[in-house]
Design a protein around this ligand. Structure first.
Ligand SMILES: NC(=O)c1ccc[n+]([C@@H]2O[C@H](COP(=O)([O-])OP(=O)(O)OC[C@H]3O[C@@H](n4cnc5c(N)ncnc54)[C@H](OP(=O)(O)O)[C@@H]3O)[C@@H](O)[C@H]2O)c1
Length: 347
């Protein structure tokens, strides 16, 4: 399928993040989707496997074609690093949607993912691709580690408060996710009859996204953050809602106008970011369904002198494929918003 000049490959198009990349890139004026891979669907036409992708005339293959400029990997962790490293060695730019290049320390990666990293030198090189906070580095990168879906919501919610020294002490991030966050492979916990009309906490002893959120918040803070991160599965398909709580520093808490001041600070912090909106009421996941926005709502609980920040996003767009395209746009010198202008589907 021909369109623009940048030849792009997508590894694991048959997963949720992979096919969402095609949906977003389908009408990108600068991109030609030149190659899409998938293990179980290799040899089948993409438009037959995914009719919602508008009968695209290309086949899913087992391997990528040659001469690609940039590849997105949407494989599970470990398999992703093993696929990306040879591409980097051939000079191909890579945006990895898995967790394989997000953590800077190889021992932390082994501890949380249960495998050794195949080449930790790439952990140093990889740029953490939360575009709003790392724009210059992303633009110069050849390897971008696309953030996790929960971390995107938590870090965007907390970054202004931490950078401006508004909060200290324990931070709690309480997050809820729709079921597509767990991927397309069926498991007992994602089975319809287990999820429908049900809500459950999971990974209570530590979700894999915890070290990623801590790592990134630590880079903004004078002292290491002390984070409690709790995740819940809820009966919807897409979306993440994170409620974040932290004690305000005493000088901030004493200000009777703290709530308004903090809101203005958030508005200023994200003033130049098309995809982060500071809302004037608690945001709802439906307000981001299918688009690349993260909605953020800071408010002060004056009874406890805590800052509360509520954020939401679509885990497959701003939390995965949309963020990856935003990074690609910067890496390739295209306008950051290109092909990402879609509004949310509401209701
Ligand atoms: N889902 C999200 O919201 C989200 C958000 C951010 C990041 N991510 C990350 O993005 C990546 C993809 O996630 P996803 O949710 O799109 O995955 P997914 O829908 O669960 O895709 C899983 C599929 O990957 C294929 N696969 C598994 N192991 C493989 C291997 N070793 N080699 C080749 N193919 C393999 C299998 O496809 P076959 O049936 O064809 O074998 C499997 O069905 C993951 O690393 C995930 O952590 C996901």
């Amino acid at each position: 399928m021909k369109a623009g000049n940048l030849k792009v490959g997508i590894i694991n198009v048959t997963g949720y993040a992979g096919c969402e990349l095609v949906r977003i890139l389908r009408h990108h004026p600068e991109v030609e989707i030149a190659s899409v891979t998938g293990r179980s669907a290799a040899g089948q036409p993409l438009g037959q496997v995914f009719p919602h992708l508008d009968n695209m005339e290309m086949d899913i293959t087992a391997d990528l074609c040659d001469e690609l400029d940039l590849v997105f990997s949407a494989l599970p962790h470990k398999a992703s690093a093993e696929a990306c490293i040879p591409l980097l060695e051939q000079g191909v730019k890579v945006v990895d949607i898995s967790a394989d290049f997000r953590l800077k320390q190889a021992d932390v990666y082994s501890q949380w993912y249960g495998v050794d990293h195949p080449d930790p030198t790439y952990l140093e090189e990889a740029v953490y691709g939360l575009t709003e906070l790392n724009r210059d580095a992303v633009a110069d990168a050849r390897l971008v580690a696309n953030p996790g879906c929960y971390p995107s919501s938590a870090i965007l919610a907390l970054a202004p408060a931490i950078r401006h020294g508004l909060i200290s002490g324990d931070i709690i991030v309480d997050s809820k996710s729709g079921v597509s966050g767990a991927g397309r492979t069926l498991s007992m916990t994602t089975h319809f009859s287990e999820v429908n009309e049900n809500v459950m906490a999971y990974s209570v002893n530590g979700h894999r996204h915890l070290p990623e959120i801590s790592q990134e918040l630590d880079t903004m803070s004078d002292s290491p953050v002390n984070l409690t991160f709790l995740t819940h599965l809820i009966p919807m398909t897409r979306g993440i809602l994170s409620s974040c709580y932290a004690p305000l520093n005493p000088d901030v808490a004493q200000d009777p106008d703290a709530s308004e001041r903090i809101r203005q600070l958030y508005l200023d912090f994200y003033a130049d970011d098309a995809f982060v909106q500071v809302t004037n009421a608690p945001p709802q996941t439906k307000q981001t369904l299918g688009n690349n926005h993260c909605l953020v709502y800071p408010v002060v609980d004056s009874r406890t002198n805590r800052l509360i920040v509520i954020s939401c996003l679509d885990n497959l767009v701003k939390g995965a494929a949309g963020q990856a395209v935003q990074n690609m746009n910067l890496m390739c010198g295209f306008p950051e918003e290109m092909s990402l202008e879609a509004l949310a589907v509401y209701p």
